[in-house]
Design a protein around this ligand. Structure first.
Ligand SMILES: [Ca+2]
Ligand SMILES: [Ca+2]
Length: 166
């Protein structure tokens, strides 16, 4: 009988360490995400309850989540809702290089979607607000000072490679 060896690679460095848990979940094609992570297209997302500053919010080597469609944004909100029962202010991976004019995602992906709350981004009271949080006002995005502490949503990219081993 042929054994299937499943290798999990996470394209965003640094890689997560493989564990039996990860391999077992990877074996289930319907849910290639590690335990506690939720799949949307080719990425896995997780809510991190611990409040951290935006720069400290990286978790297990993952990136803060980038968002590339309104559907993906709604999915992120659902991940937060499932974990908390509400819509708390939560960091995602967006930040600006030129105040409110040039935005980037911390995972290096293209900044091709935005869902700002009304009046945002606004650098409130003249403060520099370079980092993006979700669930602000009518559950849209807000630019906020990166040194404030909030929970976060992070993501990893999955790349399943199935290899047949004798
Ligand atoms: Ca700003
Ligand atoms: Ca703001």
């Amino acid at each position: 009988m042929t054994d299937l060896q499943i290798l999990l690679q996470f394209q965003n460095p640094p890689c997560l360490l493989l564990s039996d848990d990860l391999v077992r979940f990877a074996a289930d094609q319907r849910n290639p995400c590690p335990r506690g992570w939720f799949q949307f297209n080719s990425r896995c997302f997780m809510f991190v309850k611990t409040a951290r500053t935006w720069p400290n919010a990286e978790y297990l080597g993952a990136n803060l989540a980038s968002v590339h469609s309104y559907e993906e944004f709604q999915f992120l909100q659902a991940v937060v809702l499932v974990a908390t029962g509400s819509f708390p202010l939560t960091w995602i991976g967006g930040f600006d290089a030129v105040q409110d004019r040039l935005w980037f995602w911390s995972d290096g992906s293209k900044f091709d979607h935005e869902s700002w709350a009304e009046g945002e981004p606004n650098n409130r009271n003249g403060a520099r607000e370079p980092c993006i949080q979700i669930n602000f006002a009518e559950n849209g995005w807000n630019d906020e000072s990166c040194g404030k502490s909030y929970p976060s949503v992070c993501s990893i990219r999955t790349c399943l490679i199935l290899q047949t081993v004798n």
